[in-house]
Structures are given as C-alpha cells and as structure tokens.
Design a protein around this ligand. Structure first.
Ligand code: TXA
Ligand code: MG
Length: 328
C-alpha cells in the first residue's frame, strides 16, 4: 500500500526507515518528484526499475548531501569542484568518473564507469538524505510518461509500487535538472535544465557543448541514447543450455543440469568462471547482480560467457535487453 503523507520531521524519519529497509519512497526535490531508494542496496534499486516499468536499465542520478559525500564515489576535478561550489545544492547533475570499489550499487549506474550525482536543494530531500545517505532516484513517473511535479501525480503514476510519498506541494522548478557530462575534455550538456549552458561556460571560462541540441535541433537526442553503454570484453552466448569448453557461465537459478560438452559440470568450472545471478531465480536479486557479475567474469580472462535463459517478464525484460545489447 502506498501512503501519501505531508512531509514533517516525523514523516521524514518514517521515510528514512523505509529506505533503510530497502523500500521505495517518493521525495520532493526542487525540480520534480523523485522515486528514491538506498543507492547502496542493489535489490532496492532493482525495485525502482520494476516500479517504473522501465524496459531497460538506465543509469540513475545519485542524490547526495554535498560534494564531500560525493567524493567518496566520484572523482572530482577542479571544474567539478567549482560547479558544485557554485550550483549545489541545486538543479545541476554532474556526470563524473566513478571511483573504483565504492559502495554505490552497480545497477544504479548501469555498470558504467561514470556516475551521475546531484545535491538537491529541497529541504525535505536534504533532511532525508542526511538520515539515509546517498539515494538513487529517477523522476517519479512510469517509464515513457512525463515527470511528476505534484504528490497527486506521483500517486496516479506509481500507487502500489512504493511504500510512501513524502508530499510537499508542487515542485518549484517543474523541469528536470541540467545534466552535464564532465567525464571528457569539454563539458557537454546532455539534458538542458534550469542551470544554463551559458552560466556554466561563464563560471568555468570554457566552451560548453550542447549534445541535446547540436546533432539535430529538431529532434533532440535523449540522454539515454548518448550513453556509452557498459559492454563486456568477452562475447556473450545467450540462452545457453550447456557449456563449451573454455566458456564461463552466467547462471540464473539451478545449475545442476548445466554440463560442459565433452565432460564435466558447471560446478567444476575454475574459480571466477561461474557467477549465479540468483540461485533462487529472483529477478530483483539478478538485476542487482548483473553488472557486477558481468565485470567479474570479464576479469577472469574468459573469451566467452554462456548465459542461461532469463524469463522475459517483469525485470527480466530489462535484464534481457541489456544482455542482448552486450551480446550484439
Ligand atoms: O531533476 C532531476 O534530475 C530528477 C530529480 C528526481 O532529481 N531526476 C531525474 O532522473 O530526472 P531521471 O532518471 O529521470 O533522469 C536522469 C538522466 C537520464 O536521462 C540518464 O540517462 C542520465 O540522467 N544519466 C544518468 N547517469 C548517467 C551517466 N553516467 N552518463 C550519462 N547520462 C546519465
Ligand atoms: Mg525521467
């Protein structure tokens, strides 16, 4: 059941306890409402994708208190520090290189080497983050629909898919944050928002490219399309029912009947060559493990990864979308 509650210190504390348990909470920000989960909890992050009905795993914005907290998982250069100093808290999302071995779920960043972070300005969001730590939060709408700017709109979109909506009236800006990619030499706007390219250019005293506009002004590319997706080094063979010699196995569910051609069983694979997305065939667990395990198998040096069949339903759709891209 989804409860819609006016934000108060008591309600925020309740929201924090839902987040700690791995449940979803809709939160007000100054831009649009967000659908938030503990960014360190992969299963909770998987719930976000299920709730939104996203047919694929797009990377999510990690909402933090300030740049000091963000430096634990993102690599700031001088430009990033200047921008954070000037525009945070506020409607600017920075794409920065992701630090290795940090506690943010790989699913939240869709396995990428970059991470999107922003410090929202809304006092309710800030209060909550102070109690929970970093929150992964896309806009609180079903996939393909417009972002929600009122609690009622969130309720309409997502009722039943989250524990609670922290209500705080209409959002001030009503438009999603500016997304600025700082992972390359030139800053690139991936999504225009309330922080303008000209403001950024002036502050940094440098050119700012506008990817959202440049390629075709009539038809702006969605940031999703501009993403360099994580792709494993190894080739993927999908819907495998057995193993070729030398292949690693990305399993799902029971591996008892996975044999190796010419002799042997999955359990005989050398260390690092077998990863099971979910022994209980739980799609939430599998989503949370997907990128982490693909990376792990890649590191084993294998040239080919056999992947067991994952049901094409619910989160399985997004898992299979990603696997097909990785396989092609
Ligand atoms: O105002 C906002 O940004 C709202 C509030 C809730 O903070 N959030 C929001 O999130 O609009 P979402 O998930 O609806 O949009 C995030 C955008 C997506 O287009 C995604 O592709 C892009 O940011 N993005 C996230 N991580 C990225 C990355 N590592 N590289 C490039 N783009 C990224
Ligand atoms: Mg959105």
């Amino acid at each position: 059941m989804t409860r819609l509650i006016e934000a108060s210190p008591h309600a925020i504390a309740e929201a924090a306890s839902h987040i700690r348990k791995g449940d979803l909470v809709a939160i007000p920000t100054e831009t649009v409402y967000g659908l938030a989960a503990d960014a360190r909890n992969g299963k909770a992050v998987a719930r976000i994708f299920a709730a939104k009905g996203r047919p694929r795993f797009n990377p999510l914005i990690i909402h933090i208190e300030n740049s000091t907290q963000a430096e634990n998982f993102a690599l700031f250069d001088d430009r990033a520090r200047q921008l954070a100093e000037h525009f945070w808290p506020g409607p600017l999302t920075l794409i920065l290189p992701r630090r290795k071995d940090n506690e943010i779920s790989e699913l939240a960043t869709a396995g990428l080497d970059t991470i999107a972070i922003r410090a929202p300005a809304h006092p309710v969001a800030r209060d909550l983050i102070a109690q929970t730590g970093p929150l992964a939060a896309p806009s609180a709408n079903r996939s393909g629909r417009v972002s929600a700017t009122t609690p009622a709109h969130v309720f309409e979109e997502l009722e039943g898919h989250l524990a609670m909506i922290l209500a705080a009236g209409s959002t001030e800006i009503g438009l999603e944050s500016t997304v600025l990619d700082l992972s390359g030499d030139n800053p690139v706007i991936l999504r225009p928002g309330a922080v303008l390219a000209t403001d950024i250019a002036t502050l940094l005293d440098t050119d700012v490219l506008n990817e959202a506009k440049e390629s075709n002004p009539e038809k702006p590319k969605s940031p999703g399309l501009l993403l360099k997706h994580y792709a494993p080094e190894a080739t993927l063979r999908l819907n495998a029912v057995d193993l070729e010699p030398g292949e690693a196995l990305l399993a799902f569910g029971n591996t008892r009947f996975m044999g190796i051609r010419g002799g042997g069983a999955a359990k005989d694979l050398p260390d690092g060559r077998l990863a099971n997305l979910s022994e209980n065939a739980d799609l939430y667990e599998a989503s949370a493990n997907l990128f982490k395990m693909l990376r792990g198998l890649d590191r084993s040096g294998t040239k080919k990864i056999a992947v067991m069949t994952i049901p094409d339903e619910g989160l399985g759709l997004a898992i299979n979308d990603r696997l097909r891209r990785a396989a092609s």
